[in-house]
Design a protein around this ligand. Structure first.
Ligand SMILES: [Zn+2]
Length: 141
């Protein structure tokens, strides 16, 4: 495979061998993570808190704060949702969060490969189809 697009048959866009090899590696890792089912969005943060009792050590100088406590935070429809986790849950779900992060990295890598392929497409240099004036933005999927 040469990676060069046949200009007469643009529907047969092919990817370069190196591109294909990397895509297959990414697909294998994506599938391996997905198959575990252990994927959790958001992040887990450590919190140390002060209570309301004035004479508690958490108000001393230096303060001896309560905790650590663990909080899972994620966004749903632009709203931040938090849940407290036990130490066990923190230990058990941290790899799930890491898996989710890795899935996003792998998808971003695939998108980068796609964008690089688009940039390498020789038709990119042909400007005949460029509209003479901008009349608006159209999104096609
Ligand atoms: Zn306290």
């Amino acid at each position: 495979m040469t990676g060069i697009t046949d200009l007469c048959h643009p529907e047969t866009v092919r990817v370069a061998a190196a591109h294909q090899a990397e895509a297959e590696k990414i697909a294998a890792e994506l599938a391996a993570i997905a198959a575990t089912g252990m994927v959790l969005p958001g992040s887990i943060t450590k919190r140390r808190t002060r209570c309301g009792r004035r004479n508690c050590g958490c108000h001393a100088d230096p303060p001896r704060l309560h905790g650590p406590y663990w909080q899972w935070t994620r966004k749903i429809a632009a709203k931040t949702i938090c849940r407290w986790l036990s130490a066990d849950q923190h230990r058990d779900y941290t790899p799930w969060i890491d898996n989710d992060r890795r899935l996003h990295e792998l998808l971003a890598r695939l998108e980068t490969l796609g964008a690089a392929a688009f940039d390498a497409d020789p038709r990119r240099e042909r400007q005949a189809n460029r509209p003479a004036s901008r009349t608006g933005t159209e999104v096609s999927r």
